[in-house]
Design a binder for this molecule. Structure first.
Ligand code: EPU
Length: 454
């Protein structure tokens, strides 16, 4: 296992180009199951999750070849329909093969994803949506067994207790594309990654309208063609590097910044005293911004919400940032009320955090102190690295494999900006990982296979 050693207190400056979005790429990759023609995706980084999705697709009869900056996928064996537990348990997003496989191959067997680091994450809305399109669904031996003759368009409602579902919308929309007749998805997710998927499917011959709004109307078609598609920039990576600049009181230019997808974040940053100014580029989906911050940051109130509200995937990073503010901030998590694995670790660095249910009060104070801390999921890890950049002294962030699932060589990017982050291979597991001191009760090896958080 590897860890980061971070020397805090260095101002970041320089330029970073934002990489392609992992959370967009995963359902786009799964959409290759909807056609027997080649689907080429570019602007993809070799993240662990992309590799896992590639492995899963290969098992499902998809031929995958690397191309410069991406990969080409072609479904060549449509008889393979089993997404096995061994792969699904490493990545929750594996569930997005269900809709495409069912629509085109008329059957699918996908291992049911389990809980994850931040709580119970059901897939009931995915299943309900596919059933509304005529799928027969049963659970057997921990697998979801889905079958249908051709799916049939209908009205599907995807609202749940925490709003819509992003991957559920991706699943049902992808399936409806090949259904007969018209499907209407009410309470669809409005996330930019859904718009991206709809745009790509439309370029392949689908007929989807309303993407980006809560009502999607899909007129089914007989078949889809192949496509060559450039993946959108990653809004969460962009937000994370904006916070890295701000938390170090730095001055950083970010290229390919998806400004439009981050309006709530830009707005909160402004309240805190962080300026994200567009400096060039007419396209608000990928422009160039300059991030600077005032020396004295101000507190704020943040509530995570479905898009266009403030994204849950940036909650942990903003929490690290407001630890540096003068005064009390209030952060409420409305998508995953248990997504606070970073709280105890930030407290080890001197943060004054008071949690009550889904709300954390951050008594800012402008100071964090380096400490050994443990990453537990992707965004919590990012938050700890950010805190380490701002902290006095040295911070060790264990288990950075979580980080590698969503950020390509983050230490290299930060070092190019003047940070000092070293990736070190652990010779033997840290004591806390083996003796269960953190109450996790998992061994170092099995920790690798705790259900993924994405
Ligand atoms: N939910 C249900 N039933 C369902 C599905 C979801 O009740 O059938 C609930 C969830 O438990 C949660 C809420 O609905 O409370 C939203 O979950 P959603 O289904 O939208 O999450 P997801 O699609 O599984 C994606 C991202 C997550 C991101 C969420 C919310 C990918 C691969 N993952 O997950 O990303 O947090 O949307 O925006 O796109 C990350 O990148 O770190 C990450 C966790």
């Amino acid at each position: 296992m590897e860890f980061f050693r971070i020397e805090g207190g260095r101002r970041l400056s320089g330029r970073v180009r934002i990489e392609g979005a992992k959370n967009a790429a995963l359902p786009l990759m799964a959409a290759s199951l909807l056609t027997d023609q080649p689907v080429t995706l570019r602007n993809i980084r070799p993240l662990a999750d992309i590799a896992n999705m590639g492995r899963l697709l290969e098992e499902l009869g998809v031929d995958i070849k690397p191309v410069p900056g991406g990969l080409t996928m072609q479904s060549v064996d449509e008889n393979r329909v089993h997404a096995r537990y061994d792969i699904v348990r490493t990545m929750r997003a594996s569930i997005c093969v269900l809709g495409p496989m069912l629509a085109r191959r008329r059957q699918a067997r996908v291992s049911m994803p389990g809980g994850c680091a931040f709580g119970h994450r059901p897939v009931d809305l995915h299943l309900r949506g596919l059933e509304a399109l005529g799928a027969k669904i049963e659970l057997k031996g921990g697998d979801i067994l889905a079958s249908a003759d051709r799916l049939k368009g209908d009205t599907v409602f995807l609202g749940g207790p925490f709003g819509s579902t992003v991957l559920g919308t991706a699943n049902v929309m992808s399936a409806a594309v090949l259904a007969s007749g018209r499907s209407t998805i009410e309470c669809a997710a409005c996330e930019p990654e859904i718009v991206e998927l709809a745009n790509m499917l439309n370029s392949m011959g689908a007929r989807i309208s309303g993407a980006g709004s809560p009502r999607l109307v899909i007129d089914g078609v007989e078949e889809l063609s192949g496509i060559n598609h450039v993946v959108m920039p990653d809004r969460i990576v962009a937000g994370t590097y904006a916070v890295a600049a701000a938390i170090t009181n730095g001055d950083v230019i970010l290229d390919d910044f998806p400004y439009d997808a981050l309006l709530a974040t830009v707005n909160h940053c402004r309240e805190i005293g962080v300026h994200i100014q567009r400096v060039s580029g007419d396209d608000p989906t990928r422009c160039t911004v300059r991030v600077t911050s005032e020396r004295n940051l101000k507190p704020t109130t943040i509530t995570t919400q479905p898009h266009p509200g403030f994204p849950t995937d940036l909650q942990a990073q903003l929490m690290a940032l407001v630890c540096m503010a003068e005064g009390n901030s209030v952060i409420t998590e409305k998508i995953y009320p248990e997504r606070f694995m970073h709280v105890a670790e930030l407290m080890r660095m001197g943060a004054q955090l008071y949690r009550q249910g889904p709300t954390v009060v951050v008594a800012g104070g402008g100071k964090l102190i380096g400490a050994p801390v443990m990453a537990s999921d992707l965004r919590a890890s990012a938050s700890l690295v950010l805190a380490g950049l701002a902290a006095e002294g040295e911070t060790i962030v264990h288990r950075v494999y979580h980080l590698d699932r969503g950020y390509h060589q983050m230490e290299e990017t930060l070092n190019a900006l003047g940070g000092r982050v070293e990736r070190i291979k652990e010779e033997k597991p840290a004591a806390a990982e083996t003796d269960g001191l953190r109450g996790e009760g998992v061994s170092t090896m099995s920790a690798q296979f705790v259900q993924d958080d994405r």
